[in-house]
Write a protein that binds this ligand. Structure first.
Ligand SMILES: *Cc1c(COP(=O)(O)O)cnc(C)c1O
Length: 405
């Protein structure tokens, strides 16, 4: 039986759904590894990986098996009772990341919100900041999620406009600017919240040595360094955590997205004992946070990431992909950036909107996402092979080579 036409799905979505996204005109119905298929049976190489939630690839069989097994046994207890998946999840993620304390949540934004609450509480109860005066420093062009608390310190107009009033207590400085951080720190600063590489901003990599300097400043001024590794973490940049490229350790690390391999919303705040130790019973929570299904899925997602060598593969294939993109000689390309399999091509403004090229890539069997008008991101699942990288590069090169005259 043939599927209804693509336009039919899209029209029905448009009729009933809030229009808060502008998807490419493709309707997907199946995924496996690096590939997805649309309702018409066309195959695509997924170069977005649901914004890095699918590092382990689509429908990884071992994560699927863990999910099905757990779903048929026990899905939700609430934290009013213990469950037999939470303790092993805590142990395994703490051991893997070298953390002392874990707070399980669901979405990435919730992890960010939870970290903000925790560091404020730490500021008042441990650092001795006067009540109501805690300050958190963040960076321009940040992306930390979509809740009210978070969009209040966004610098993107579309993200903020007409959603206020917003919560006070945030100071915005340029990303990659150590002098600005030093300048912004006051005795009331409790934390610096930052992405190791700014993903949504277009894969912006800070200058070498920046994070070593950040670490030193935060330590010297008793400021908690919160690294939002929701996108950069779990192998995406070729290391388990992007902080490892910088030779530093955050005080608080935020994970989400690939923590479930794309099966389920699972996020976590990881920290030393001091910060999460301030939370006492009744002071924070989530009905679904730490549920047995989420824990079983996350345990499997972490296990396959490590056991199947996906992190090393991200490093190797990322380098191949980066060099391949850099060797494209096309006047549409202004700059190529990337670390591991977190890559971006910034187009010359004369080349037109990046969206146009994503639509052209779709016809070539590659799904990629534009960001900020002129940038195309490439972030395939970490299970991609050399042949698949080469296949993609050939099509990307052909698509970017257009006559601009
Ligand atoms: C996606 C993302 C978030 C928000 O995660 P959600 O699950 O969409 O709430 C936060 N920070 C970064 C860096 C992200 O990439």
């Amino acid at each position: 039986m043939s599927s209804p036409p693509v336009a039919d799905f899209i029209a029905r979505e448009a009729r009933f759904g809030a229009r808060n996204y502008e998807p490419l005109g493709v309707v997907l119905s199946r995924g496996e590894g690096v590939f997805v298929w649309d309702t018409q049976g066309n195959r695509y190489l997924d170069c977005l990986s649901a914004y890095s939630a699918l590092n382990q690839g689509h429908c990884h069989p071992k994560i699927l098996a863990a999910m099905v097994e757990q779903a048929s046994r026990l899905t939700l207890t609430s934290r009013a009772f213990h469950n037999d998946q939470l303790a092993p999840f805590y142990e395994e993620i703490a051991e893997l990341t070298g953390s002392h304390k874990v707070l399980p949540m669901n979405s990435g934004a919730e992890a960010v919100e939870s970290a903000i609450k925790s560091v404020r509480k730490w500021g008042y109860e441990v650092k001795g900041v006067p009540e109501g005066q805690a300050e958190i420093i963040v960076c321009a062009n940040n992306f930390h999620g979509r809740t009210l608390g978070i969009v209040g310190f966004s610098t993107d107009a579309a993200t903020r406009e007409h959603f206020g009033p917003f919560a006070p207590g945030f100071r915005i400085i340029p990303f990659g600017d150590l002098a600005a951080l030093k300048e912004a720190i006051t005795p009331n600063t409790v934390a610096f919240l930052v992405e190791p590489i700014q993903g949504e901003a277009g894969v912006i990599i800070p200058p070498a040595g920046y994070f070593a300097g950040v670490r030193a400043l935060c330590t010297a001024h008793e400021v908690m360094l919160i690294l939002d590794e929701i996108q950069t973490g779990l192998g995406r940049t070729g290391k388990l955590l992007a902080e490892q490229h910088e030779g530093i350790e955050a005080d608080v690390t935020l994970l989400g997205k690939a923590l479930s391999g794309g099966f389920y919303p699972v996020s976590a705040v990881l920290s030393n004992n001091e910060v999460l130790g301030t939370l006492k019973p009744g002071q924070h929570g989530s009905t679904f946070g730490g549920n047995p299904l989420a824990c079983a899925v996350a345990r499997a997602a972490l296990r396959v990431l490590v056991e199947e060598g996906m992190i090393e593969n991200a490093s190797v294939q990322g380098e191949r992909f980066l060099q391949g993109l850099r060797s494209i000689r096309a006047n549409t390309v202004r700059e190529v950036r990337g670390r591991g399999l977190m890559l971006a091509v910034e187009l010359n403004p004369e080349a037109g909107r990046a969206r146009r090229y994503c639509e052209a890539l779709q016809l070539e069997g590659i799904l990629a996402k534009d960001t900020h008008e002129h940038t195309i991101r490439f972030a395939p699942p970490l299970v991609i092979t050399s042949d698949q990288v080469d296949w993609a590069l050939e099509r990307i090169a052909a698509t970017l080579t257009v006559d601009l005259t």
